[in-house]
Ligand binder design. Sequence first.
Ligand code: MTE
Ligand code: MO
Length: 322
Amino acid sequence: MPTIRKRPSWALPESAVTPEEVFLNRRQILAGLGAGAAIGLGGGLMPSPARAESDPSAGLYPAPRNEAFTVERAITPETVSSTYNNFYEFGSHKQIARAAQALQIRPWEIVIDGLCDNPQTIGIDDLLKKVSLEERVYRLRCVEAWAMTVPWTGFPFADLVRLASPTTDAKYVRMETFLDPDTASGQRARWYPWPYVEGLTLAEATNELAFLVTGVYGKPAARQFGAPLRLAVPWKYGFKSIKSIVRFSFTAERPVSFWEEVQASEYGFWANVNPEVPHPRWSQATERLLGSDERVPTRLFNGYGDQVADLYTGMDGERLFM
Ligand SMILES: Nc1nc2c(c(=O)[nH]1)N[C@H]1C(S)=C(S)[C@@H](COP(=O)(O)O)O[C@H]1N2
Ligand SMILES: [Mo]
C-alpha cells in the first residue's frame, strides 16, 4: 500500500498535466479499437504493440493511478520513449526496440535468494497475484543528460522485500538481468561483464519511491522498457533502474553493479542525481527532455529530495553522486 499521504512539493495538480490527458484519451481510443487498429495507428514507430495485447497479464491494466506520484512535467510521448532506449543486451545504441522484441517474456521465473527467510523461485504471473498494481508518473534522468517522464505501472519494492523477509544480516539487495546471448546479441560482446547487475541498500529498496515496474502507458511493459519486470528508482541515474530482472539476492556485502565494474571512475554504486557533480566527461547541470529540444536545469536527487535525502545523512565519505 502507498505510504505517501501528503502531496510532495514536486507534485502539481493533475489538471496541470495537459499532454497526459491527451495521452489518456488516446489510450481509451486505442483500447476501444482493439489491437488490430493499434498496429495501424502505431505505424512503424511503435514496435509490435500487438504483442503487448497478447500478454497474459494484460487484463490487469490500466491500474489505478496513485495521485501521490505525479510530476509537473509533460508525459513523454510513447512513440518517443519506446524508440529511444538504453538496453545494452540488444545493442549499445538507442534503436534497440525492434531487436528487443525477440525477448521471450513467458515463462519468466524470478529467483529470490540470499539472506532471507523465504527464498523462492516465482513466476511473474504468480508474483503479480501477490501484489496490487498502481500507476505512478516518474521522471527518469539518464547519466547521459537526457530525461523523460513516464507513467509506470508496478508495485512498491518494499512489497517484494516483505515477501522475501530478509534476515537482520541483509544490508543490500542485488538484482540481475537475464543472460541469453542467443536472444540478446549485445551479450555476445565479451568486454561487458554480463549479466547486467544492479544493487540498492535495503533502506533504499524499501523507500516509498522504489518501484518495481511491470507496465508502462497503461499496459504491460513493452520489451524495450525491460519487460516483464524492471526497477524504477527515479532519484538515481537511469542505469540503476535495471531491466528484465530474473534474480533478487539479499546480501551483507555491497554488490558491484554492471557499470561500476566496467568503469568505476565514472559510474559508482550510489549514482544519485546531482547537477553540481559533473560526470568526469560532461556537465550534469542541465538535461534534454526527450521528444523536444528543450534543456532544463537538473535537480538534486532529480527533484525527489523530500523523499530520499534522509537516506544519505552522515554518509559524507561516500561518493553519493556518481
Ligand atoms: N538490463 C539493463 N538494464 C538497463 C540498461 C541496460 O543496458 N541493461 N540501461 C540502463 C540505462 S543507462 C537507462 S538510462 C535506463 C533506460 O530506460 P528506458 O530505455 O526505459 O528509457 O535503463 C537502464 N536499465
Ligand atoms: Mo542511462
